[in-house]
Design a protein around this ligand. Sequence first.
Ligand SMILES: Nc1ncnc2c1ncn2[C@@H]1O[C@H](COP(=O)(O)OP(=O)(O)OP(=O)(O)O)[C@@H](O)[C@H]1O
Length: 281
Amino acid sequence: MAEECSHECSSCGVSGCGDRTEASGPSSLEPNKRSNIKNVIGVVSGKGGVGKSLVTSLLASEMQKRGFKVAILDADITGPSIPKSFGVDTRLTADADGINPAVTASGIEIMSVNLMLRREDEFVAWRGPVVSNAIKQFWQEVNWGDIDYMFVDMPPGTSDVFLTVFQSLPVDGIVTVSAPQELVAMIVGKAVNLARSMEVPVIGLVENMAYFKCDDCGKKHFIYGEPQGEEVAKRYEIPSVATLPLDPSFARLVDKGSVEDYDVEGALDSIIDQIEKTCAA
Ligand SMILES: Nc1ncnc2c1ncn2[C@@H]1O[C@H](COP(=O)(O)OP(=O)(O)OP(=O)(O)O)[C@@H](O)[C@H]1O
């Protein structure tokens, strides 16, 4: 039994609980009647602070630039940063069918707990089952409309929220994000193995903050050592890899709420191509 059992099996993400009174296992929830979401991609990291939310924002922006209808479901309930990155602070509206998502300057639809708080610095200290339920509500009770690609910004690590998302949403694949360091293989490996245990394909690996590019001479400096992404991707048979630089302009754009303006200079093309390929299969 879960350590903090609330006996609310319908909202609990803990799998394999002997006390469960409802059927468990992968069973995608239906979105609301105003939603037609074709593909769902989870963005995960085995560790916090590696740039998962930034990568989610950039992948969504790049996909949007390819002409697709894109949405972000911010499942990082206790550390939501998606609305701020896009400069969205609209108060949500609702109608008889459900909640209307917020929309960014370029037209990406977003749903995040931060859009429901009175102040952006208000904290959310919810237990796992409540967090899981909020994510299910974001899926089921939001009027998403027609969406080609929904990106789900997952909380860091491999918590029960992972299980909720994989068991409740029809996830077509995940992109995993890491930062360069010795533990990268182990950390990526945990996320990859968990996804595979849920039969969710791993589409790509983004090694964030891989290098610093000199403003004057353009030379790449691998300040944390040589990137290990290629090697790790080979080991775990991840089909696409990308590196992003350590770039102070990210912080400036995120603070300004203009993350959509960042030009990744094609750095994420291989991952975006692979997402399209996997979802078309
Ligand atoms: N490549 C980068 N260059 C410079 N700053 C970066 C880069 N990637 C992320 N950052 C900054 O690092 C901080 C953490 O990034 P982000 O919130 O995307 O990480 P996260 O993995 O989603 O964190 P959490 O684990 O809290 O969910 C942010 O301030 C972000 O602007």
